[in-house]
Design a protein. Structure first.
Length: 184
């Protein structure tokens, strides 16, 4: 497998970014829902630092992924792709990047607005400076709402992304999905 992308397939580095990012996002979405909906209120706060560390990791991964993407060729759409498919693909991928970045940055901002100080380190290893430091409850509530809305919008767009991949795999059978699978 090639490390770099070609005009026909994604390279190993892009695939690693894709699948590692996807796994982190899935974990963050599930954990985020779980930590605010399931545990008793007293136990909930302990999970925020762990969630924030995962979010900082995702943000760093996305910055590297975007830099890698800019430095590499992108696989071309199939020659028989319709205009609406090309537009949907471009908008969908851009939307994913925007929502991932917006959700992680809003979470980072939210981390600095708790009544009790939140451990803002990357798994206790590196201090992550706050981009917002305030105990203003209105600001906290606004950031919490924004983070939640962005996370749900991201989850919806991921479902659409997966549906698109299945469409290419099962209906179109044009090998678009296989280009991101490391075992093919």
């Amino acid at each position: 497998m090639m490390l770099r992308n070609t005009t026909t397939t994604w390279g190993a580095v892009s695939q690693i970014f894709h699948w590692a990012g996807g796994a982190l996002i899935l974990l963050l979405l599930i954990h985020g829902w779980w930590m605010v909906e399931i545990p008793p209120r007293i136990a909930r706060f302990a999970h925020y630092s762990w969630h924030a560390s995962l979010g900082y990791g995702l943000l760093a991964l996305m910055i590297l992924r975007i830099a890698w993407r800019w430095m590499n060729t992108l696989p071309e759409p199939p020659p028989d792709a319709r205009a609406w498919e090309r537009i949907a693909t471009r908008l969908g991928h851009r939307g994913l990047y925007v929502l991932i970045l917006a959700a992680t940055i809003s979470g980072w901002a939210l981390a600095g607005t708790f009544r009790r100080p939140l451990d803002t380190t990357f798994f206790g290893l590196v201090q992550v400076p706050g981009i917002v430091v305030s105990q203003d409850r209105d600001l906290h509530d606004q950031l919490e709402s924004a983070h939640s809305i962005l996370a749900w919008a991201l989850a919806l767009l991921i479902i659409i992304h997966i549906a698109g991949a299945l469409y290419h795999l099962i209906i179109k059978k044009d090998r678009v999905t296989q280009r991101m699978l490391p075992w093919i």
